[in-house]
Write a protein that binds this ligand. Structure first.
Ligand SMILES: [Zn+2]
Length: 114
């Protein structure tokens, strides 16, 4: 379970002395009031979470149950780490659709419309 950091919205909580941390499940709703004193609070992005996320490679994500892929060629994504399948290969029509999106839209010449 991750630890989420909260801070009071309006002023420093006298009881909690500013920011406090709560152990919560990932899919639990974030708190809107301090569980200790009942004042309005909001979740802040923890310094610890930001710092660790930077250094977590695909390997670490794999330990957490995520599978990381990187695009290796047109329509093919190779697995970098994790439990998932070794590669994802896009259907030809999917690749064509992605490629079509990248092409600049046809320009309409307003002065020469028939
Ligand atoms: Zn409080």
């Amino acid at each position: 379970m991750p630890i989420y950091e909260y801070e009071p919205v309006d002023w420093d909580c006298v009881i909690c002395k500013g920011r406090f941390e709560v152990l919560q499940g990932v899919d639990e709703d974030s708190l809107t009031v301090c569980p200790t004193c009942g004042m309005d609070c909001r979740r802040v992005v923890s310094q610890i979470q930001v710092r660790t996320r930077k250094h977590h490679g695909a390997d670490h994500a794999g330990h957490k149950g995520f599978t990381t892929y990187k695009k290796s060629q047109k329509g093919v994504w190779e697995k970098v780490g994790g439990e998932g399948v070794d590669a994802i290969i896009g259907q030809p029509e999917d690749v064509a659709a992605v490629e079509a999106e990248k092409k600049p839209k046809k320009k309409i010449d307003l002065d020469n419309m028939s």
